[in-house]
Design a protein around this ligand. Structure first.
Ligand code: SF4
Ligand code: SF4
Length: 97
């Protein structure tokens, strides 16, 4: 059985990405590719993402947002309202220079 995932996986905000390569190095599923010319990562295989969020957690510039499939959220009994609350708590803790 084939399952098509649409729009899931990591999203990189290139306005803040510094090209450190951490996401490329750390992803256990090799979702990221590396653009040698731009010296920047890109999302090569979003369908392979298993939503572990290592890339989002370790990105030093907070440039990655992993879009978790709705059925995964529901499997774990996580409601979208709860996710939004958690994200807003996290954003409140970010110290801007
Ligand atoms: S870890 Fe973050 S800052 Fe570093 S290359 Fe990846 S997206 Fe860019
Ligand atoms: S969430 Fe995990 S599997 Fe998905 S791109 Fe990030 S590190 Fe890779």
């Amino acid at each position: 059985m084939y399952v098509t995932k649409i729009g899931n996986g990591p999203k990189i905000d290139f306005r803040v990405c510094n090209g450190c390569g951490t996401c490329y190095d750390i992803c256990p599923m090799d979702v990221f590719g590396w653009d040698e010319e731009k010296q920047m990562p890109f999302v090569a295989y979003p369908g392979e993402c298993d939503s572990c969020c290592f890339c989002e957690i370790t990105c030093p510039e907070v440039a990655i947002d992993v879009v978790i499939p709705l059925h995964h959220l529901l499997d774990f009994g996580i409601r979208l309202t709860e996710i939004n609350k958690r994200k807003s708590r996290f954003i409140d803790k970010i110290e801007l220079p």
